[in-house]
Design a protein around this ligand. Structure first.
Ligand code: NAD
Length: 424
């Protein structure tokens, strides 16, 4: 199929080809005709923009950015913006397709989109970062808007970056437009409950899976890779529900704590050491040993592609919940399936963040701020409903949860596409 945005070297792993092959497989399993599969696979809009920035030195530097809307049959595009030196069109296209699937899996009225700028923001001053963000926001402004496409934070972008995007688009429109981005600070239309929402979704999926396996959370031993925006709140949420975090890794290394990590002590230690390493009473281990530690539940919450076939073969846990995006390679997934290790896939497990974004956007459109408790209740219900539906379909289809989620996502996108027909 001619759906590939960019010709990469045939030997390289290509995230776009990977995701399109998965969507095609799900479409075939559903018996969709080839024309429909091609419509679902192909991104609707790919915008590449030049981003000139006047640096503090007075010189002008050029950067390249993209915004891609993969599929908007079910609603406006939704997806983050990342600033990273490795960003390219294939990566952004693949991530936009993941967002189409993710929004459909948790059944929120969004399509999928993603954006990014090829830049290393650690080399930019605060003022340069603001100028880059505003120029990029201006360049993609014809494509974004509360009823078109709503960006959010992703790698190296945060509430401050969202504030600049919101302000730039509002200045262009001549009026306030808080609903153009989510993940904003509270003071300018952000939402109570947004912080930690991804980790809450991961927790709900973990407990729901344990329940289906007739296991209690009490005393379950967990290993987590990553102590960032997702990993850190996760330790608190899982510990509060009786689980023990016996292994943890961050970019600096990995530790083993057989009696379990105390989340408050870890937060205190991390605030001083800026790393998990050296946590009192912990044993330092090699990073490769994390998933081999005696444990019951594995949660990758850092990087993509870390659960390879080799890691999957020696994984000690008997179930895995994917908090990170794309943590498992195709080969790794095959090994986990052959070992009968159930995996809650990323498109379901880490969807709490996009559900929270949906709630923030809904509040911005209503001009009415919800109470934190209402936000939490609705988030929990959306995640429970999504998990229960995927589990039910997984029982019927008799395929792994990952394949089931893809089938459900593609099915819902196909239904919307079919109902809307083909314009003109
Ligand atoms: P973050 O940047 O806040 O934290 C990343 C963590 O990973 C840090 O603790 C870092 O030290 C660790 N890390 C980096 N390299 C590592 C390595 N080589 N080995 C072990 N640990 C390493 O990022 P985050 O927002 O917590 O996101 C983590 C994952 O979750 C990503 O895959 C992201 O795409 C996904 N995700 C995040 C959200 C969200 O709401 N933040 C939502 C959905 C998915």
């Amino acid at each position: 199929m001619v759906t590939r945005p960019h010709e990469a070297h045939p030997d390289e792993f290509n995230p776009w080809l990977h995701v399109t092959s998965l969507i095609e497989k799900a479409g075939e399993l559903l018996g969709l005709d080839e024309g429909m599969i091609r419509r679902i696979v192909t991104p609707e809009r790919i915008l590449e923009v030049a981003v000139p920035v006047r640096m503090d030195s007075g010189e002008i530097d050029m950067f390249t950015g993209w915004r891609i809307q993969h599929n908007t049959s079910r609603g406006p595009g939704k997806g983050g913006i990342r600033f990273h030196p490795s960003v390219n069109v294939d990566e952004i296209a693949a991530l936009s397709a993941d967002m189409s699937i993710k929004c459909a899996v948790v059944n929120i009225p969004y399509g999928g989109a993603k954006g990014g700028v090829k830049v290393d923001p650690s080399n930019l001053s605060h003022a340069e970062l603001e100028r880059l963000t505003r120029r990029y926001a201006f360049a993609i402004s014809p494509m974004i808007g509360p009823d078109r496409d709503i960006p959010a934070p992703d790698i190296n972008t945060d509430p401050q970056v969202m504030s600049w995007i919101m302000d730039t688009v509002s200045m262009l429109a001549g009026h306030n437009m808080p609903g153009v981005v989510t993940g904003k600070p509270l003071a300018i239309g952000g939402s109570l409950g947004h912080a930690g929402s991804t980790s809450l979704g991961v927790t709900i999926c973990t407990i729901a899976l344990l329940k289906q396996l007739n296991r209690s959370p009490q005393g379950e031993r967990v290993v987590i890779q990553g102590y960032g925006k997702v990993g850190a709140p996760l330790i608190k949420l899982l510990s509060e529900r009786g689980m023990m975090i016996v292994g943890l890794a961050d970019i600096h290394g990995a530790i083993h704590v057989p009696d379990g990590i105390d989340h408050e002590k870890m937060a205190l230690h991390f605030s001083e050491a800026k790393s998990i390493m050296g946590y009192p009473g912990s044993e330092e281990i090699h990073a490769d040993e994390l998933f081999t530690l005696p444990s019951d539940i594995a949660i990758p919450a850092a990087l993509g592609g870390v659960i390879t076939d080799k890691v999957a073969e020696t994984m000690a846990a008997s179930l895995m919940v994917e908090a990170a995006n794309g943590p498992t390679t195709g080969e790794g997934a095959a090994v986990l399936t052959s070992r009968n290790i159930p995996v809650v896939p990323d498109v379901l497990a880490n969807a709490g963040g996009v559900v929270a974004s949906y709630f923030e956007w809904a509040q911005d459109l209503q001009g009415f701020m919800w109470e934190g408790e209402l936000f939490r209740q609705r988030l929990e219900k959306t995640m429970h409903d999504a998990f229960d539906y995927i589990w039910e379909r997984h029982d019927q289809l008799n395929v792994p949860l990952r394949d089931t989620a893809l089938v459900v996502g593609v099915e819902r996108i196909a239904e919307a596409t079919e109902l809307r027909g083909l314009f003109p």
